[in-house]
Write a protein that binds this ligand. Structure first.
Ligand SMILES: Cc1cc2nc3c(=O)[nH]c(=O)nc-3n(C[C@H](O)[C@H](O)[C@H](O)COP(=O)(O)OP(=O)(O)OC[C@H]3O[C@@H](n4cnc5c(N)ncnc54)[C@H](O)[C@@H]3O)c2cc1C
Length: 320
């Protein structure tokens, strides 16, 4: 084994793929299968929200945008391009990272729902996570990777097992590293039958922890949601789900009485900045790749590429 990756969320799987497709023998060891990770709960529209630092996430995000835009042409990947708008009842400029999006434009007043005064319209890739995670898992194994379902009790337990170890444990890095600067931002969402909505919608000015968004995924639509800081509860709360549906139906009446198909909760791994750095470890190297907040799907390919380039570089310390 050349590399051991801890975690099979979107960051662990893309890192595993990147290393395996570069020719390394890679094992992913994970406490939970991909479909039971935070990644499985994501919306998952490309965007660099609740994440930093800006100068690094722009580069990673650019790579993520390029890769997922290409994946939208592969039906098996579960990625498509979707148009829609982010709106506010207050003066609000497009975020710094929207400059990466071709075709971004400000909305005319006529395009905004009642009560909203500002907004911008764009097109971006969106992943249907259950399908996308299965695509990533299959691509990883097709590249020769092995996926093992077993928790890592401590980093010391895996020191020396492989020359390269990558820690993609998401919010659980808090205990595994340990890193007290990472914590959960709980997100609950509802999956409903799509009554014919084709554009995404995000309202940016609801009172925390609420955020109103709707992400169409073909026959289904994902309704959000919450940003609950410091909350670890992974069970969907019926009262929150009811309020999510009511918020969405107030914006788009087609959602009144929509059939509810499921509920999901994820713990966004929030940290003041993504931790992407290496340290000596068991005679080899340990890369940390966690803390992607509300943008892990968007950043994962860029972070994976940075690690793979460093691992393959001629002067890489682990190789010597
Ligand atoms: C409601 C919601 C909506 C979101 N929307 C978007 C969006 O629109 N766009 C976007 O880009 N992002 C979005 N995100 C954020 C995104 O989901 C996360 O940033 C991303 O999933 C983090 O991925 P990860 O692989 O780091 O962590 P996770 O998905 O949490 O995976 C961590 C993995 O590590 C494993 N693990 C942990 N500890 C151990 C251990 N000790 N031993 C072995 N394995 C271990 C876990 O089992 C798991 O497999 C959203 C998140 C939520 C909750």
């Amino acid at each position: 084994m050349d590399a051991l990756v801890i975690g099979a969320g979107v960051c662990g799987l893309t890192t595993g793929i990147s290393l395996a497709e570069a020719g390394l023998a890679v094992t992913i060891r994970t406490a939970a299968p991909p479909e039971r990770t935070t990644s499985a709960a994501a919306g998952a529209l490309w965007g660099l929200v609740r994440v930093g630092p800006p100068e690094r996430v722009l580069d990673w995000g650019r790579t993520g945008l390029e890769v997922t835009t290409k994946l939208a042409a592969e039906p098996a990947a579960g990625v498509r391009m979707v148009s829609g708008k982010e709106v506010s009842r207050n003066p609000l400029e497009p975020y710094y990272w929207t400059k990466l999006l071709p075709g971004l434009r400000l909305c005319d007043a006529a395009e905004l729902p009642d009560g909203f005064t500002h907004g911008w319209h764009y097109t971006a890739p969106i992943a249907t996570m259950p399908v996308y995670l299965e695509y990533l898992r299959t691509r990883f194994t097709q590249a020769g990777g092995r996926l093992e379902l077993a928790p890592v009790g401590s980093l010391a337990e895996v020191a020396g097992l492989a020359p390269v170890t990558v820690n993609c444990s998401g919010v659980r890095a808090r205990d595994l590293v340990p890193d007290p600067t990472i914590g959960p931002v709980r997100g609950q969402v509802v999956i409903a039958a799509n009554p014919g909505i084709e554009e995404f919608f995000i309202s940016r000015d609801d009172q925390p922890p609420w955020i109103v968004y709707m992400f169409p995924h073909g026959d289904t639509i994902l309704l959000g949601g919450t940003n609950e800081e410091g909350e670890w509860d992974e069970e969907p709360q019926p009262a929150i789900a009811e309020r999510i549906v009511a918020h969405a139906a107030a914006i788009d009446p087609r959602l009144r009485g929509a059939e509810i198909l499921g509920h999901r909760v994820g713990l966004r791994p929030y940290r003041p900045g993504v931790r992407l750095e290496s340290e000596p470890f068991g005679g080899g190297v340990l890369w940390h790749n966690y803390g992607h907040g509300g943008a892990g799907v968007s950043l994962s390919w860029g972070c994976a590429a940075e690690i793979t380039a460093a691992v393959l570089s001629p002067g890489a310390s682990w190789a010597g």
